[in-house]
Design a protein. Structure first.
Length: 77
């Protein structure tokens, strides 16, 4: 995998757009992190834990909406 960010000779940062598969993985990772954090905060802050669970559900929906199939897949459909 190539680097997502590169630094040019002038010092500016250039971001390479994420592929659909990478975007899907990022959303799934965020959902896992939100759920883990919600479990850790369940006793201390139940309202924020509920918000984190909502964020996790939204991240899972975003991941499910991404079509990460390879482009060549259309040839066989």
């Amino acid at each position: 995998m190539t680097a997502r960010f590169t630094i040019t000779a002038s010092g500016s940062v250039v971001e390479r757009p994420a592929t659909p598969a990478e975007e899907r993985e990022i959303n799934l990772h965020c959902a896992r992190v939100y759920l883990r954090e919600a479990r850790a905060r369940r006793a201390r802050s139940p309202a924020f834990a509920a918000t984190l669970r909502i964020w996790a559900a939204n991240a899972r929906r975003r991941a499910a909406a991404i079509d990460a199939r390879p482009v060549q897949w259309d040839m066989f459909a």
